[in-house]
Structure formats: C-alpha cells, structure tokens
Design a protein around this ligand. Structure first.
Ligand code: NDP
Length: 448
C-alpha cells in the first residue's frame, strides 16, 4: 500500500502532460491529471492545430486564383469566416474529446479543476480538496505575453483570435516571430490589410537570414506592411468599434483588431511552486535538470513551463522520457540537437540544424549550397514567387550541419530531410541519391 493517493499527479493536460500521464499509467502507475481549461492544451485547443487549419483555409485564396491558369473556370467566389471558424472549432472539440478518451482508456483520472502545489507531495484543487502523490509533474504550459502601454487592454492574443466574430478588415500585429508571421499570412490571404509591427529590425530571429529575408520580401509583395524598430504608444477605441493605434515615429493606424504575438510566458504564477521550494528562472520558468527534475526531488516539469524549446513535439518527448525514466525502468533523455521547426507562413519555411551564421561562428570553415528556384506550379500560375533552399556544411568534413528552406510544402520536405541531417550525412551522400523528378524536393540532391 502506497502512502500517497497517487503515484503521479500531473498538473496540466496539454501535449507534455497527456503523454506523461498516459505512459506512466501504462507502466502501472496510479495517475491523476488536473486541467483547468480543456484537455489537449495549447497545441490542440488554441495553437498548432486550429492555426494549421486556418492556414489551409487561407491558402485557397491563392489556389483559386492559380486554378484559372490551369484551365478551371472559377466563378466569382467569396469567403465566409464564420464557416471556417466554426468548422475549425468543431475539429478542436473532436480532438478535445479524443484526448479525454485516451486518458480514461489508460485509467488516468481526469480532474477538470485548477490544481496548485501545496507541498512536495501535495496538491490542492480549486474546490479545496487536497491530494497527495509520490511525484508531481508540472506541465502547465505558457500563456501569451501582452505588452503594457495605454490602451493595450484592447489588444487580443492567439487565445482569442480563433473566435473572432467576423473577419477583420484591418489587422495590426505586434511581434515578428512565429505567431505574427503565421497570422499575417492567414489574414492577408483572406483579404485583410495587415500591418506587422516589431520592436527590432528583423522577423523570425533564429532562422537563417536568407530564408527569413525571402519571407519578408514575399510577404511585402503580397501586401503585408512591416514597421520595424517600432514601439507602440497607445491604442484608443473609436465610437465605431475600431481602434486607433499610435506607434512611435509613424502615422496612426486604424485597425479592427490588434493581435499581440510577442512571445509566451510560463504559467507559474500562483501555482505555489516557489513556496514549495521549486526554483524558477527570471522568466518564471521551472528550472529542471536533464531528467526534467526541479529543485525539489519529487517535483518534475516538462514542456513550455520549463521554457527550453517551446514546441509540442519536444514537450511530448519530455513527457515520454519522464514517464519511462521514473515509472518504466527505461531511463532516457531528450536529445535537443537538430530539432526541426517550421513557420506556417505563406509560403511556409522550415529549418533544422545550424544557420549559416551560427555555423560560421561555431565551425569557422563552412560550405554553403543554395537552390533559388520557382516551383513548376508557380511558373504556370504566373506567380512570381521563388523558393530558396540552403544547405550549410562543415567545410572540413562535408557533413550537412544545417538545412533551411522556404517554398511550397517546405515543412513536409524538411521533416524527411531532417532525418539525414540528424544522422550526420554529408553533401556527397545527399548527392548520391538520384533526384525524384519533377519535384521541389529534388533540389536537395542537386544543390550548387
Ligand atoms: P516568438 O518568440 O516567435 O516571437 C516573439 C516576437 O515578439 C519577436 O519578434 C520579438 O522581437 C517580439 N517581442 C518579444 N518580447 C517583446 C516585448 N516585450 N515587446 C515587444 N515585442 C516583443 O513568439 P510568438 O509569440 O510568435 O510564439 C511563441 C512561441 O510559440 C514561439 O517561440 C514558438 O516556440 C511557439 N510557436 C511555434 C509555432 C510553430 O512551430 N510553427 C507556431 C506558433 C508558436 P525580436 O525581434 O526582438 O525577437
């Protein structure tokens, strides 16, 4: 008989928490998971999944235009935001149900209440009930950061953007990262006038320079307006429900929505962690070791709340590693090297490994190969939009240390190519593979 109510109590049923709960239960642990909002977490409920569906929906704007060059007689078409929104939210509901089912099928007790930590082995539910556990896993994720300035309360975040009543005619987006560029693409394709405002002079810091420059150039050609090195002064609500946005050194903007996409902050406020002796970093993230253990031996953390790599597949791997290590007698750690990532912009971009400048700093001698081409489909469609692939190799060994691309389907192509990069293959080995013609991906084995 255990001294505790559960072997594992997980706070947060998002990507990391669900995986850890399910696997720990499969290893025989008695598991409960508390969720204050909806099972599935950011990715499923208000992130990756609904966003990708909006990206698909928005891209039909281009496809319908291009179809005419391929012989299709496309009658006057119009877009209905409410249909796309409701279908997307319906899919989110379906996935929410499936996640809940998966947990119950694995005998995980799901408690739909907020839980806070009240001791090294104790959590307290919103209802006041106290539950003990041998281990506590913090998997509460993060929330969007909203800058503070006069009128900033009128701004919305990625939490609300999926629920808009109607398609906004004018959208102002704060930030130049993933969410800003993805939603700039979505709204621009759907016909809104988009202005993206960033505090620095770059978009998507961290991605390869040539690739993000190409996205900037294509986005501008498509009609997105950018303001760089630009700070917000105020947002005023007008009588007609629109907003006047004042930024430093620029003309005022009128907007129907202002979307803040300025990073995400770990959800540790009021969780009782510091009181329980769990160390947090300066951003409020739970500090963990390579085995996801916090400064308290019985308390672990995975996913965005640890602010390591804020990506769903990473949180899932961390949850898996935690459960296998603690409950499955199969200790292993997440390998953070060569994590592929993508931005679902229009067109999308994707990358794995070192950017050219990172490789030059790290390795000194570097060889770079590129392919700058117009996809066959874009040529026939008269769409003047060029794809760019870049391969970064160790100048001494020829090993591919980075692969970066922008163009149609680049996330799909990069996921497969990332296996070769992770495996440490060389440019020569890429080139030994016969091209699959005609495809865009064949450029990977033909780069000069
Ligand atoms: P990002 O970290 O991608 O970008 C944040 C942007 O906001 C940067 O341009 C940054 O400017 C700016 N910024 C940061 N802090 C402030 C501030 N205090 N005031 C004004 N501007 C600020 O964050 P997102 O919100 O776009 O996304 C959050 C995270 O979610 C991402 O980091 C990513 O891990 C994940 N995500 C992943 C997606 C994917 O995999 N496709 C999609 C969406 C989100 P600067 O130029 O100075 O860096």
């Amino acid at each position: 008989m255990s001294d505790y109510d559960y072997d594992l109590f997980v706070i947060g049923a998002g990507s990391g928490g669900v995986r850890a709960s399910r696997i720990a239960a499969a290893h025989g642990a008695r598991v409960a998971v508390a969720e204050e909002y909806r099972v599935g977490g950011t990715c499923v409920i208000r992130g990756c999944v609904p966003k990708k569906l909006l990206v698909y929906g928005a891209h039909f704007a281009e496809d319908l235009k291009d179809a005419q060059r391929f012989g299709w007689n496309v009658p006057e078409v119009e877009f209905d935001w409410a249909t796309l929104r409701d279908n997307v939210l319906g899919e989110v509901d379906r996935l929410n149900g499936l996640y809940g089912q998966t947990l119950s099928n694995n005998n995980v007790d799901v408690i739909l209440e907020r839980a806070t930590v009240s001791g090294a082995h104790e959590v307290t539910l919103a209802s006041g009930r106290k539950i003990t556990a041998r281990y506590i896993l913090i998997a509460v994720g993060a929330h969007p950061h909203s800058p503070e300035f006069p009128g900033s309360e009128h701004g919305i975040t990625s939490n609300e953007v999926f629920h808009l009543e109607k398609l906004p005619r004018r959208v102002v987006i704060a930030g130049g990262g993933y969410i800003a560029n993805e939603f700039a693409g979505i709204f621009n394709e759907l016909g809104s006038k988009v202005t993206l405002i960033n505090r620095s002079d770059v978009i998507l810091r961290g991605y390869d320079e040539s690739i993000r420059d190409r996205l900037l150039q294509i986005s501008m050609t498509k009609g997105v307006e950018f303001r760089f090195n630009c700070g917000f002064e105020s947002i005023d609500k007008n009588d007609d429900g629109t907003f006047t946005v004042m930024t430093k050194g620029h003309d005022p903007l009128i907007a129907d929505i202002v979307l803040f996409a300025t990073g995400r902050v770990p959800n540790t406020d009021g969780l009782g962690l510091a009181e329980a002796g769990v160390e947090l970093d300066q951003h409020g993230a739970v500090k963990v070791d390579a085995d996801n253990k916090s400064s308290v031996d019985s308390i672990y953390a995975v996913g965005d709340v640890t602010n390591r790599v804020q990506l769903t597949p990473v949180a899932i791997r961390e949850g898996q590693a935690f459960a296998d290590t603690i409950f499955g007698n199969k200790p292993h750690r997440v390998d953070y090297d060569c994590i592929p990532s993508a931005v679902f912009s229009h067109p999308p971009m994707a990358g794995v490994g070192l950017t050219e400048s990172q490789a030059r700093n790290k390795l000194g001698s570097v060889s770079v190969y590129t392919s700058d081409f117009r996809a066959m489909k874009n040529v026939l469609a008269n769409r003047n939009e060029r794809a760019l692939y870049k391969m970064v190799c160790d100048g001494t060994t020829g090993r591919v240390v980075g692969l970066h691309m922008i163009g149609p389907d680049s996330p799909e192509i990069l996921q497969a190519a990332a296996i070769a990069v992770k495996a440490g293959l060389t440019k020569d080995q890429f080139d030994q593979t016969v091209a699959l013609h005609p495809s865009m991906a064949e450029e990977l084995v033909l780069m000069k």
